[in-house]
Write a protein that binds this ligand. Structure first.
Ligand SMILES: CSC[C@@H](O)[C@@H](O)C(=O)COP(=O)(O)O
Length: 367
C-alpha cells in the first residue's frame, strides 16, 4: 500500500546490509517510522512489543528472524533455540508456528553453511505468498460485497470490522480489509464502522489510519456501539480477520470479536471471517483448546495518547489498587460465523466447508 506516495510492504530486507526493516506500528497513527531488525533478539522483541502484529505479519517477521539467527550461528542448536524463542513470543496466532516450521523444514537438511541463504529465500517466499493470498481473498470478498450491495438495493454498504486485519497486519493488502480496498477501488460505495478495539486500540489507531490513507469512508466507534448500530439496521455486514481457525471452523480473533458475532446473529447481520490457509490449525478441532494470550495488565490500566507537544505517553485510567486482566483473544464458535473468505474461495464455517477448499490438509488431519 502507499504511504505519502511511496509503495510499502510491512516488512522488507534492508537494501544496505543484513537486516530487515519494519514499520513501527506502536508509533501509529501519530508518526510513520521504520525500524531495522538486525538479529534474532530484535525480531523477537518486535513481535512481543507489537511493533509488528497481526497473524500473517508475525509469521513473516519470525521467518526473517530465523534468517538473522542463522547468519550468526547456523548450527542445529542455534536453529532449535531460535525456533523456540520465536514461537514463544505470541501464543495464539498459528501463522507464527507455521512460518517457523516452514523455515525449519527448508533449512534443516542442509549443510550449516547453506542455511542462512535458504532461510532468507524461504522468508521472501512466505512474504510473496502472503501478498498473493490476500489479493485473492480481496477478490473473493469483493464478490460477496457485490452480492450484499445488490441485495441492499442502494446506498453505501456499511461494513463493521474489529481490530486491524488490514495491510499492516499482513505483508500487504490485509485479510478483512482487502475486499474493502477492492470494493472502494472498484467504485462500490463502502463505509466502514471501525471498532476502536480496546485495550490496544488497533482499530482506532491502525485501521482508521489505513482506511484514511486510502480514502475509504469510515467512522471510528467505541467497541460497545456495534450492538446498537446493528439493531438500528446500520450495519450490512461484519467482517474480521482471525489468528487461528480450527479444522471445524471455530475462530480465534481479537478480544471482543465473539461479542460482535453474538450481536450480529441476534440482529440478522451476516458475520464473515477472512483468512489465508496458513491461519487454519488442522491439528485442533475445538476452539476452546486454542491458547489465549494473556498480556500485561498495563494495557488495560493505562491508555496511550499523544500530548500537544508530540510526546506519546501512557495515562492511567484505573485505580492503582484495582486488579486487571487482559486476555487478548477470544473464540467465536463456528455456528456464529456465516462464512469464510479464503484465498481459494468462500465456504461455510464448518469442517465440510474447509475440507472442500483444502482437501490435502483435511485428509491429513483426519488420519
Ligand atoms: C490479518 S490479521 C488477523 C488477526 O491477526 C487480527 O484480527 C488480530 O486479531 C490482530 O491481533 P494483534 O494482537 O494486533 O496481533
Amino acid at each position: 500500500m502507499r504511504v505519502d506516495g511511496t509503495a510499502y510492504r510491512t516488512i522488507w530486507p534492508a537494501a544496505d546490509g543484513p537486516a530487515v526493516e519494519i514499520i513501527d506500528q506502536t508509533k501509529l497513527p501519530h508518526s510513520f517510522e521504520t525500524l531495522r531488525l538486525t538479529g534474532l533478539d530484535d525480531a523477537a522483541h518486535a513481535i512481543t512489543a507489537m511493533q509488528v502484529r497481526g497473524a500473517p505479519l508475525i509469521g513473516a517477521t519470525a521467518a526473517y528472524g530465523l534468517w538473522l539467527a542463522l547468519r550468526v550461528d547456523p548450527s542445529d542448536v542455534s536453529l532449535n533455540r531460535a525456533c523456540e524463542t520465536l514461537i514463544a513470543t505470541r501464543p495464539t496466532a498459528v501463522n507464527l508456528c507455521w512460518a517457523v516450521e516452514a523455515v525449519r523444514a527448508a533449512v534443516a537438511g542442509l549443510p550449516p553453511g547453506e542455511r542462512a541463504d535458504a532461510a532468507f529465500a524461504k522468508a521472501g517466499e512466505i512474504c510473496d505468498a502472503d501478498v498473493a493470498m490476500n489479493r485473492a481473498i480481496g477478490e473473493h470478498g469483493l464478490a460477496l460485497f457485490r452480492e450484499l450491495h445488490a441485495a441492499k438495493g442502494g446506498g453505501p454498504l456499511n461494513v463493521l470490522t474489529h481490530c486491524n486485519a488490514g495491510w499492516l497486519a499482513t505483508v500487504d493488502w490485509g485479510t478483512a480489509l482487502a475486499p474493502i480496498y477492492m470494493a472502494h477501488d472498484a467504485g462500490l460505495p463502502v463505509h466502514v464502522w471501525v471498532d476502536e478495539t480496546r485495550p490496544r486500540n488497533q482499530g482506532a489507531a491502525l485501521t482508521a489510519w489505513e482506511l484514511g490513507r486510502h480514502g475509504v469512508p469510515h467512522t471510528v466507534i467505541a467497541d460497545n456501539a456495534g450492538g446498537l448500530l446493528m439493531r438500528q439496521g446500520r450495519v450490512d455486514l461484519c467482517i474480521t480477520g482471525t489468528d487461528r481457525v480450527t479444522a471445524r471452523g471455530d475462530v480465534a480473533n481479537k478480544i471482543g470479536t465473539y461479542l460482535k458475532a453474538l450481536a450480529a446473529r441476534a440482529n440478522g447481520v451476516p458475520f464473515h471471517v477472512a483468512l489465508p490457509g496458513p491461519t487454519i490449525d488442522w491439528s485442533l478441532s475445538d476452539g476452546d483448546a486454542i491458547p489465549i494470550e494473556e498480556r500485561a495488565g498495563r494495557e488495560v490500566s493505562h491508555i496511550p495518547g499523544r500530548t500537544d507537544d508530540g510526546e506519546i505517553r501512557d495515562v492511567r485510567i484505573t485505580p492503582p489498587d484495582s486488579p486487571v486482566a487482559n486476555p487478548a483473544f477470544d473464540v467465536t464458535p463456528a455456528e456464529l460465523v456465516d462464512g469464510f473468505v479464503t484465498e481459494r474461495g468462500r465456504c461455510s464455517a464448518s469442517a465440510e466447508g474447509l475440507a472442500a477448499l483444502y482437501p490435502e490438509h483435511a485428509s491429513a488431519a483426519a488420519e
